[in-house]
Design a protein around this ligand. Structure first.
Ligand code: ASP
Length: 475
């Protein structure tokens, strides 16, 4: 007999079915036991009456406790009018058990599964993430994540984008955070860096003639946690396009997310059906921040106020104290790029690059949702001379420029005008799922202080491994 999933039973009244799942709750009523059997799709009530069960199943039933994994054969019965449970997708039926088999026993979990216990501390939840993910809410986050991924892929393929995987073992990139480094065994003393973003690769893919690239790209940044940031890794919907203007990038992104939200989050409503494009200076003057929260009712969990911020200055003053500065972006000089060092200045401001760099406006665009930055991007410089000038302004000496030699070399071979954006996949999803942190929408995130209590990483490694790499640990 093939397995029937919980939600399929509503169309099988009178049929004998085989079910698999976990015991969600067990209730005893005298000789009769009720088991709520849970699978990924739902919860189903199973009635266990000794007179209906074989000898072995009667014995087995005595042992059964929550979270045991079972195989049950039984008959689907319609519930009486009064027993119908409208809150359960399977609430019109129940299963009269005939045979029960324990596939796996389970120890008592360290926190309750059955009542969506949100009280357990994050450390404990992450230590037993495989149990935490059994919670309905967490399971839904994972399912919506998967559906969002599928939507984005389909949408962008539908727009003739090519999905390209760029290297994970990569080179240190100047996106503003510290790198995660990977020592090389073949070249002792040399390191790969995990990409903070595939920025240079995607620009070189434009030089390659790919024209429309995307990737749901893992990004690695060694930074301190905040609610909308996770230390370690996160994903961006990384996009780059050639021969486009800023409106092309903004309109495509807006169209994609508008359609996605309509399809996957139909209960959400947008404050503005056409997202406002706001001037950075005006926004700063009016709200004192470049991430304004434009919701009409901030208590409405379903309201989504998207806005574009444009006309950013190309540079901001570099902070004295690098440690405290979020917008370091690779600068070693007086000016730091507001977005990144590849952002194209506005043509009409090119002259100011020499005389008054602080006044130069750029083609940066930020996407803001309910007061949170959910994406950023820009049209890029495609003229090697301007790129070098920006390198000079952010204080790159010859040695630092040498690190971008490959990039400037690529620029010699015919660069199309290009631009793109990289909305944060987890960050957007966490807002759409009304979750307080992005860790809630990541299957196995690091804790806020950057460790994994489940696998207990980071961890020490064997001395032989370090010897291979020519590494000695400083005491
Ligand atoms: N690479 C940029 C970032 O990670 C996004 C972009 O400019 O497309 O912020």
């Amino acid at each position: 007999m093939n397995r029937t999933i919980s939600t399929e039973t509503i169309n099988k009244v009178g049929e004998t079915v085989k079910l698999n799942g976990w015991v969600h709750v067990r209730r005893n009523m005298g000789k009769i036991a009720f088991l709520d059997l849970r699978d990924r799709w739902g919860i189903l009530q199973v009635v266990c009456v000794p007179a209906e069960l074989d000898e072995q199943s009667i014995e087995v039933l005595k042992d059964i406790r929550p979270e045991f994994v079972l195989e049950i054969e039984g008959v689907v019965q319609a519930r009486g009018e009064k027993q119908i449970n409208k809150d359960m997708p399977t609430g019109t039926v129940e299963i009269l058990a005939k045979k029960i088999n324990i596939l796996s026993k389970a120890a008592t979990p360290p926190f309750e599964i059955e009542n969506e216990d949100r009280q357990a501390g994050e450390e404990l939840r992450l230590k037993h993430r495989y149990l935490d993910l059994r919670h309905e809410r967490m399971k839904n986050n994972m399912i919506m994540r998967s559906r969002m991924m599928q939507f984005v892929r389909n949408f962008l393929h539908g727009q003739d984008f090519v999905e390209v995987h760029t290297p994970i073992l990569s080179k240190s990139t100047p996106e503003g955070a510290r790198d995660y480094l990977v020592p090389s065994r073949k070249f002792p003393g040399s390191f790969f860096a995990l990409p903070q973003a595939p920025q240079q690769y995607k620009q070189m893919l434009m030089v390659a003639g790919m024209e429309k690239y995307f990737q749901i790209a893992p990004c690695f940044r060694d930074e301190d946690a905040r609610a909308d940031r996770s230390p370690g890794e996160f994903y961006q919907i990384d996009m780059e396009m050639s021969f486009v203007n800023q409106d092309d990038v903004l309109s495509l992104t807006e169209k994609m997310f508008t359609k996605m939200i309509k399809e996957l989050w139909p209960d959400k409503k947008m404050t503005h059906s056409k997202w406002p494009r706001l001037d950075w200076q005006e926004v700063m003057d009016k709200y004192g921040t470049d991430k304004p929260d434009l919701r009409k009712d901030k208590n409405d969990a379903n309201e989504l106020a998207f806005a574009w911020i444009v006309n950013f200055p190309l540079f901001e003053k570099q902070a004295e104290d690098r440690e405290s500065e979020e917008h370091f972006h690779g600068s070693t000089g007086a000016w730091a790029p507001s977005h990144n060092m590849f952002t194209r200045p506005k043509e009409e401001d090119l002259e100011l690059l020499d005389s008054d760099p602080g006044k130069v406006k750029s083609y940066q665009h930020d996407l803001v949702l309910n007061g949170v930055e959910v994406g950023g991007g820009a049209l890029r410089i495609y003229d090697a001379k301007i790129q070098e000038k920006v390198f000079d302004l952010i204080g790159f000496d010859a040695k630092k420029k040498e690190q971008f030699k490959h990039f400037l070399t690529a620029f010699k071979y015919g660069v199309p005008p290009h631009g793109g954006i990289a909305p944060g996949f987890d960050r957007l999803l966490s807002i759409l799922q009304s979750e307080p942190t992005i860790r809630e929408v990541i299957a196995f995130p690091l804790t806020a202080d950057a460790k994994d209590p489940l696998m207990e990483s980071p961890s020490e490694v064997a001395k032989e491994q370090l010897d291979d790499l020519g590494i000695q640990i400083k005491k």
